[in-house]
Design a binder for this molecule. Structure first.
Ligand code: BTN
Length: 337
């Protein structure tokens, strides 16, 4: 089959704005002249001035003007590739980072990149999504630059039946990254909801292209509510953010860095040692692993029961209340009964 052409994705953040912001962010204590910036990033002083205006329009507080030089007082919390890449050094996610100020869905973009033979570890990040997707055809909404919306392209040497474990791997990574910001212990509701005090602040959508015995690639999409100060009305009872729970803002750059470092660690464990360490960790940190009364909703219907561990493939086992024994739930919604 002919290989599909690689494309430059429309709407990708210009590399020069990335370079400019990184230069300013790495020199917050000094004023840098327009001429020096122009030389460093290889553009004219007029272009520097234009890009400074763009940064200001994006809410970055750049002080100064062409005659005196420019500086920013603090590193803006924008998930720019160079800022991320320095922090992710040594992981496969440092090599290819694609940033958007506005994208439809990072999962859709990453799936396309997978079809175009982009490498394992490619990371797609968006400050805002216009058509974010959740599980079971639901949508994922997130206020601009308040949360983390990203997708990771993985090329795991696994069979499709093992792919649900990637969702658990990502859930554990998100849970650990958030735990470091919190006084309370976050929970994971199988398979993909990360919760604080019973409210969801992070969801994961895993999609893949596969043959019956081999995964070509998988895309793990992560949406995390970080700095939202309130959730929209229909979600307020069931969703939350790190800021709502702690009363303070959090660096998205640092949370995403930690999330991806944990993801690298759990992913390597999974590929090298199989599902056992992942299931063990899940049993330690998820109250839904065993002995939880739940209501399960699948395309086939609804039933209640008590959770009784996970199968080696990551499927949830539930002992049904109606006496029909233990059911293996491959996919479905889990709620408290
Ligand atoms: C869910 O809980 O239903 C899963 C939500 C997954 C949302 C993320 S945001 C980044 C990535 N892009 C998408 O369109 N969806 C995922």
């Amino acid at each position: 089959m002919a290989k599909k052409q690689k494309s430059t994705q429309p709407g990708t953040t210009d590399r020069r704005i990335d370079a400019l912001l990184t230069l300013l962010a790495e020199n917050t204590t000094i004023v840098i002249s327009g001429a020096k910036i122009a030389k460093e990033i290889g553009v004219s002083r007029q272009v520097v001035w234009r890009w400074i205006q763009v940064l200001r329009e994006l809410g970055v507080r750049v002080k100064g003007h062409p005659r005196t030089g420019y500086h920013i007082e603090r590193v803006p919390d924008i998930l720019m590739p160079q800022l991320l890449s320095h922090r992710l050094h040594g992981t496969p996610f440092a090599r290819r980072i694609i940033h958007y100020f506005k994208a439809d869905s990072t999962n859709s973009i990453a799936m396309q990149l997978g079809d175009e033979e982009e490498p394992h570890g490619t990371l797609v990040v968006a400050e805002e999504q216009t058509a974010g997707r959740g599980r079971a055809g639901r949508s994922w909404t997130s206020e601009k630059s308040a949360g983390i919306t990203c997708s990771i392209l993985l090329r795991p040497p696994i069979a499709p039946a093992q792919a649900p474990l990637l969702t658990l791997v990502a859930g554990l990574a998100a849970r650990d990254a958030a735990a470091e910001e919190l006084d309370v212990v976050p929970d994971i509701r199988w398979p993909n909801d990360v919760l604080i005090r019973g409210k969801k602040f992070c969801g994961i959508l895993t999609e893949m292209r596969a043959e019956p015995d081999r995964v070509h690639f998988a895309v793990v999409g992560i949406g995390m509510n970080v700095n939202q100060s309130k959730m929209p009305a229909p979600l307020a009872d069931i969703a939350t953010s790190l800021r709502i729970e702690t009363g303070k803002t959090h660096s998205r750059l640092e949370v995403l860095t930690r999330l991806l470092r944990h993801l690298d660690r759990y992913y390597n464990q999974f590929i090298e040692k199989g599902s056992a360490p992942i299931l063990r960790r899940f049993s330690e940190v998820s109250s839904y692993f065993q002995g939880k009364r739940v209501q399960i909703t699948t395309s086939a219907g609804r039933f209640t029961g008590v959770t009784s561990g996970l199968e080696p493939s990551g499927v949830l086992r539930v002992l049904r209340d109606d006496g029909r024994g233990v059911e293996a739930v491959i996919s479905g919604d889990v709620g408290d009964a």
